[in-house]
Design a protein around this ligand. Structure first.
Ligand code: FMN
Length: 358
C-alpha cells in the first residue's frame, strides 16, 4: 500500500510536515493545504514560504490549488513549475460555506460547463508544460447522484489521480463516507483513483485493502482472509485491473494516531497473514511510543515559536492539534481541557506537564 498525507488547512503546514517526516515518515506524498491564487496575485509571500523547496527538503510535496479560474490556476502553476513542482492538485472538495458560495471547492461541482472550460485550459497547459494535475473531489454539492455526471466529465481529461472523498458538501466531515458512490467510481473511472475518508485504524485500512484491492465481493472475502498469505493475495490482485490504485489518502487518522502507518506495516508483516489484525481502535495505545510523540510535539511547538508571535497564534495552532491528540490521552480529560483553555505559554506548559510522562 502507498499512503498520502491529506491536506489539512492550518495543520499540515511545513513545520508540521517536517516534524512528521522526521519522527514518523512512511508517507509517499504530502498534499499541501490549498492556496487560493487570484487573477492578479498568483502566489503570496506566505504561499511561497510554505511551498519553497528549502522548507520542504526530502518531502514529496504536491501543492494544492483552490480556484475556478484558469488564469489564476495557470499563473500559479507556472510559478510552482519554476519552483520545481511536477504535480499539482486541484481542490474540488472544500465544503466551507464561504468557499462554496464563490463556486470554488465543492461549490464548483454543480458548474459543469465552467468545469469543462477550466479543465480544457489547464490540461492543455499541463500537456505542453510537462505537469501532472490530480483532482481531489467530493461526490457533489447537493446530492451524491451528481457524481454520475461529474465522473463523466472527469473521464474526458487526463487526471493523473482522482482522489475521492465520498461525501457531499453538506456532509462536511461527518457521518459515514458514501461507499456505494465510491464503488461507482471504482467501476467507471477511466483515471486512476485514490480513496480518502475515515481511515482511522489499522483495521479500517485493512478492510479497505481487502475489499477494493483484492477485487472480490463480500462473500469471497472471508475465504481469502482465512486461506491466503500476502503473496497469494498479491497474485489474486494482479489479475484485476480496476481503476482503483493501491494508494489511500489519510488525514485525521494520522493526527489521532501518528503511529498508524507503522502499526499497519507491523500488522501486515506479522506472519504474512492478511487477517492478522489486532489493533482495531484509535484508543489502543499499549505500545505507543510517548517519548517520540513528545519529541515530535516539542519540535512543532518550538518551531512555531520561531516563526509566529505572540503566544496566541502559536497556542491556537497547538490547540488545534490537541483536538486530535487528546485521543492519545483518553483518561486525562481534565488536563486536556486545561490545555485547550490555556492563554499563554506558561499555562500551556503547566497543562502539558501534567500528562507528559517522559
Ligand atoms: C481541519 C481540516 C482542514 C482541511 N483542509 C483541507 C485542504 O486544505 N484541502 C483539501 O483538499 N482538503 C482539506 N481537508 C479535507 C481533508 O484533506 C480530508 O479530505 C478529510 O479530512 C477526510 O479525510 P480523513 O477522514 O482521512 O481525515 C481538511 C479537513 C480538515 C478536518
Amino acid at each position: 500500500m502507498r499512503f498520502y498525507f491529506a491536506p489539512l488547512e492550518g495543520i499540515t503546514r511545513y513545520i508540521f510536515r517536517n516534524a512528521y517526516e522526521k519522527y514518523y515518515g512512511g508517507i509517499d506524498k504530502y498534499f499541501a493545504p490549498f492556496i487560493s491564487p487570484t487573477d492578479n496575485c498568483f502566489l503570496t509571500p506566505k504561499n511561497i514560504r510554505e511551498l519553497c523547496p528549502e522548507h520542504n527538503q526530502g518531502i514529496n510535496l504536491v501543492p494544492q490549488i483552490l480556484t475556478n479560474n484558469s488564469v489564476a490556476f495557470i499563473g500559479a502553476a507556472k510559478e510552482l513549475s519554476d519552483m520545481g513542482y511536477k504535480e499539482l492538485n486541484l481542490n474540488l472538495g472544500c465544503p466551507s460555506g464561504t468557499v462554496c458560495a464563490k463556486k470554488k471547492g465543492a461549490g464548483f461541482l454543480t458548474e459543469w460547463y465552467e468545469m469543462e472550460q477550466l479543465f480544457d485550459s489547464i490540461y492543455e497547459w499541463a500537456d505542453s508544460n510537462n505537469m501532472k494535475i490530480s483532482v481531489k473531489t467530493r461526490l457533489g454539492r447537493y446530492a451524491p447522484e451528481e457524481f454520475y455526471d461529474i465522473l463523466e466529465i472527469y473521464n474526458r481529461y487526463p487526471i493523473s489521480e482522482l482522489i475521492i472523498h465520498p461525501r457531499i458538501e453538506k456532509d462536511y466531515y461527518k457521518g459515514r463516507p458514501r461507499m456505494e458512490f465510491y464503488e461507482y467510481a471504482v467501476e467507471h473511472s477511466k483515471n486512476p483513483i485514490v480513496y480518502n475518508g475515515n481511515l482511522f485504524s489499522v483495521e479500517q485500512i485493512r478492510d479497505y485493502e481487502l475489499k477494493y484491492l483484492a477485487g472480490r465481493g463480500e462473500n469471497e472475502l472471508t475465504e481469502i482472509t482465512e486461506t491466503n498469505s500476502l503473496s497469494e493475495k498479491e497474485k489474486i490482485m494482479a489479475n484485476y485491473s480496476f481503476s482503483v490504485t493501491d494508494t489511500v489518502m489519510l488525514g485525521r487518522g494520522l493526527l489521532y494516531n501518528p503511529e498508524l502507518l507503522e502499526q499497519y506495516n507491523m500488522e501486515s508483516n506479522r506472519n504474512g497473514k492478511i487477517n492478522n489484525v489486532k489493533v482495531d481502535s484509535v484508543h489502543e495505545f499499549q505500545d505507543f511510543n510517548f517519548k517520540r510523540f513528545w519529541n515530535f510535539h516539542d519540535e512543532i511547538y518550538h518551531n512555531y515559536q520561531e516563526i509566529m508571535s505572540p503566544d496566541k497564534n502559536v497556542l491556537f495552532h497547538m490547540k488545534e492539534l490537541w483536538t486530535y491528540w487528546k485521543e492519545l490521552y483518553p483518561d486525562d480529560e481534565r488536563a486536556i481541557k486545561n490545555i485547550l483553555k490555556s492563554k499563554n505559554y506558561g499555562e500551556y506548559e503547566a497543562s502539558i506537564g501534567i500528562i507528559r510522562q517522559v
